[in-house]
Design a protein around this ligand. Sequence first.
Ligand code: G3P
Length: 217
Amino acid sequence: MKFFADTAEISEIRELAETGLLDGVTTNPSLIHKSGRDFLEVVGEIASVVGGPVSAEVVALDYEGMMREAEVLRKIAGNIAIKVPLTPAGLHACKSLTGDGTMVNVTLCFSAAQALLAAKAGATFISPFVGRHDDVGFDGMQLIADIRMIYDNYDYATQILVASVRHPMHVVEAAKIGADVMTAPPKIIWQLFKHPLTESGIASFLKDWESTGQAIV
Ligand code: G3P
């Protein structure tokens, strides 16, 4: 499973990249607003830190506008994935951009029917929002399972990018289903490392090691 960081905070991205486990980054207009940074500048900086896909979202709602914005965004770096909303215009832009060799992340997916449309439009990534789906009383993970089954039935190459991840169990459940990618806020990625028994185990090993009076180097 690939791990993407869902943030536009460059310091957090650098810190995660040092683990060697970060495969990409996703941003959205809200995350850009939160960062307080210039959109094109921060996306360029992120794309220079992370070798994998960096999603940058268009804000136009019409096909021509999306294509004009995508033209600017894809020139920033070779690893930019253009993020488009799951609308007829977004999928039209998706088809044109992927046909041209540009990665496209189709975002704001809330149904298996929408995910099927995105695959037919040749999306590189489909982003079902599990947390927001759960928030309104639906089962976000069931949506991931349904999309996995549909994509496998037809051998669609579109990668399932689980988004709106709110806790480590979302990541584990998505991995059990076989989602290709998950994107999560850095805080949640760091939580994946944690287990109280790992911490207490280290403490007791170190205590016993000190009692041996030895040193490795
Ligand atoms: O980037 C899209 C998605 O991950 C948003 O998550 O927490 O705002 O629902 P959230």
